[in-house]
Design a protein around this ligand. Sequence first.
Ligand SMILES: Nc1ncnc2c1ncn2[C@@H]1O[C@H](COP(=O)(O)OP(=O)(O)OP(=O)(O)O)[C@@H](O)[C@H]1O
Length: 978
Amino acid sequence: MLSRLNAPSAEERSSRASSPAMKELPAEPKDQQLMVALRIRPINDTELDEGAAVIAHKVGDQMVVLMDPGEDPDDALRANRSREKTFIFDIVFDQQASQEEVYCSTTQHLVEGVISGYNATVFAYGPSGAGKTYTMLGMDSEPGIYLQTLNDLFRAIEETSDDMEYTVSMSYLEIYNEVIRDLLNPSLGFLELREDSKGSIQIAGITEVSTTNAQEIMQLLIKGNKQRTQEPTAANKTSSRSHAVLQVTVKQRSRLKDLSEEVRVGKLFMVDLAGSERASQTQNRGKRMKEGAHINRSLLALGNCINALSEKGGSRSQYVNFRDSKLTRLLKDALGGNSRTVMIAHISPASTYFEESRTTLIYAYRAKNIKTRVKRNLLNVSYHIAQYTDIISDLRREIEHLKSKIEKQEKEKKNGPDIRDVQEVHHDSEEDSRMQMNKIRGQLIGAFKEQMEMRRSLMELENTNIELHIDTSRHLLTIADWEREKAHQAHKEKDDENVEADGEEEGETNEPHEVSIAREEINMLLAEQRKTAALKAGLEQRLANTKKKASQMEKLLPKQIINKDQREVLRLLCKAHELEVENTELQANNLYQKNLLCQKDFVIQRYHQHRLLCEEIIQQQRELIKGNWIPVAEPLEKRYRLYSQELEEGTLNRLLLLHSVMFNSLRDGCDLNIAQQADLHKEDTSRDQLDNRKDLPWGAKFELPPIVIEPDSEGYKSSKVTPSKKPGKRDSLLTPTSFRLLITPPVHEKASSLSMKKMVSKLCSPTNLDLSMKKSSEDVSATSLSAEALKEMAVSTKSISLIAASRRSKTHDPEGGSSLSTVHSLDEGASEPKYWKPSLTPDLSESQRKAEADRRQLYSSPRRGRQRNSSLERKAKKKRPPSGIRNAQMGTEKLPIPMIDHPSEKQLSQTHLMQHSKATKTLFPAVPAATKTKFPTSLHADENTLQVPEISFTFPSAIWHRTELKTKPPQRSQRICR
Ligand SMILES: Nc1ncnc2c1ncn2[C@@H]1O[C@H](COP(=O)(O)OP(=O)(O)OP(=O)(O)O)[C@@H](O)[C@H]1O
């Protein structure tokens, strides 16, 4: 295999023989298999310290055996057999292989091809710390492929320099986070990939060094490598997080001058890829998917291309998506086109790297099937000479023309104007102005294009940044959740005598794997954030400069045009650009708002966690007060009763519910399209839309019964709750399910605000909310809410918070009396009926009194008290269904005004804590996924995104913040569970 790859073809041999005249015709393109080599680096001290064993063994020149360290060593028959894997490559190097050996067997043969006008690529692939940089760059004492290749290249050039003339240029770049940076001149900022008319990829503005001194280049490379994005990882202290590409271009021509002589252009890419372990970890654990997608999108895309190319084998019809990342765009030719390509896969022999090594070997093995089609790149110089001849004759003609023009003008001065002359001059000036116009238009379009590209990159960076923030928030939540659970467990263990005995056995609660991963990832994400911020700042600066330049051009250039129509064209061009910029800004704003909404939900969740903590503290302190018979001042007692009432009413739940409805509608965007309201009766469509909106932003899932608003002559008559299925598993308090509304008739513009208020009040009333917890919505049709309805709901939400605030102020006011019996309506300004009238009085109900008496008895004998206490707790659990179910039962009895059956304080606290402790078992909640905003591929207006700004995005969040800050209502029974 190797000899086939290394040996020059007959066509090449003849080509070389006929050099320097290079008269032979270019050969037909030929298919070539991608050469895949494997290098196993020596095991290192860290791995040995970790107790790792060597599991990758070279067998012969081409085979490697990877043993599974997880196999049972006692199973003599199957030991190291069942998952033992054998792979065959073109060549395998183990720890004994020298740098020179690796170079000679993989890359050396490419050099000759490059100076004869063929493209070649060598890339190093493998997980972090497997030795890629060592192979490519090497050390001073053991130089890698870069230097050895350049040395050979310059030597070959020197050998033939008497007859041939060479130009060698070199560039060195990195691709990090989908941004290209010039490593030889990082101050250039981000560079863009461009495709020329022949489809070959160019990097605009990259520094090209022209030299034939390999040592000089090596110095530049070492310097450039220091500019590479690096970060310490567990596997490598100086891990390169970017892909580094060294591109060497060699142009060759014969020194014998000939009008039709050829120029051969050979390009050599040498690529040191970033560690591939992220992609593999993504596949294995699914945890680093997003990080992989951001930081190593290129590598994932490369893997996909390798897969697609290897599957297609010989057939060239299958589509391979090279456009997915900058790396694959750059390596398009190397992988699927005109290039001889060598892939050097790297692995560590250590057992601790088994998974990474296995994945690398599988990828590399697949890549073996890839075929490229190489052909020589020839530029025919005679074409250029012909061009110059044309230019010279053009210039001659122009001189003649100008001469005759001057003569005519002089004649004119003498004889007066001749009509034919005027026409000709006019024609000439038209020609000139057309040329001038084209030039100006080209300049303007170039400037606008550059600006738009920068804006797009900025948008991408901004989105990356927000996603990194969201990821960080999610990890912080996971950690906070765990900390709270730990504290809760500690408290429970202390309290519970029975558990105490087991406690010692259980020992310290180990931190779950997810939490340690979250801690680890936060550090990485913070580092990424810093980097993205730096990149963004640089890009913003460049954009500002480009904008300044473009606006100067916009002002000055049109002045050079005299023709009115042409000026109008330029004006329209500028206008089109302005609109495009506006459109991009709207899209950016839209993305930003969506992500902000997502972030807000993390804040809500955090508050929610904090609220639960406060509730626990209150309940425990309350028990302490009761237990020790500490007298409580009347105002404090009143406030506590208010607190209990608010818990019972579940005010906060309703707020969260409304927020979720609005959030989902805003997120879906299309639901806010007023034009679609006329279609609301199309239940099927709406149902589908709503079905996708089951997830509440903080991860809870509610299912409310459908509220059917039936139209009567006035618009909407009444709302009723349709019967629903019996509560199943999903209906339990800890797993509230999704929330649905059914608005049967279309919501017209004058959709009676009264009826809407009714609907909102129904939604907000404790009966419906509680009832909702019981209902299953499987059998219910649903439709989306109109923007009007959402606004109304938001207004009503505000009313809820006002009620809570006013109650609070009454309890503060010593004159206010008992505020608890005060009747509140949702909309105090309207002549609406009062929607609920809590029957609670400061007196204790029968059951409360009984519980209180029981408790006093218990507290008189502390030891028995605890046992009785827990038996009471059990009783309470048995007797009292969770409030959601209880209220649901009331709802089915169709009580006109729901009366709240207030539980005793103890019951309240017990039920609540019971739910709480149950809920906290859901330790790693389904935290909402970050809004993974997809970038608009086109810069043109997208209907949905343009419709979004019709409704202000700040609307729901502003409401939320107001209510959250003013009321912070505690809640009990419908605690949001994640
Ligand atoms: N064949 C080898 N012989 C001796 N040392 C090696 C060999 N390969 C790698 N090493 C050493 O292992 C360490 C990690 O290698 P290197 O930095 O090349 O890994 P890498 O794959 O480029 O990692 P990353 O992707 O994180 O940049 C270095 O200290 C390097 O000197």
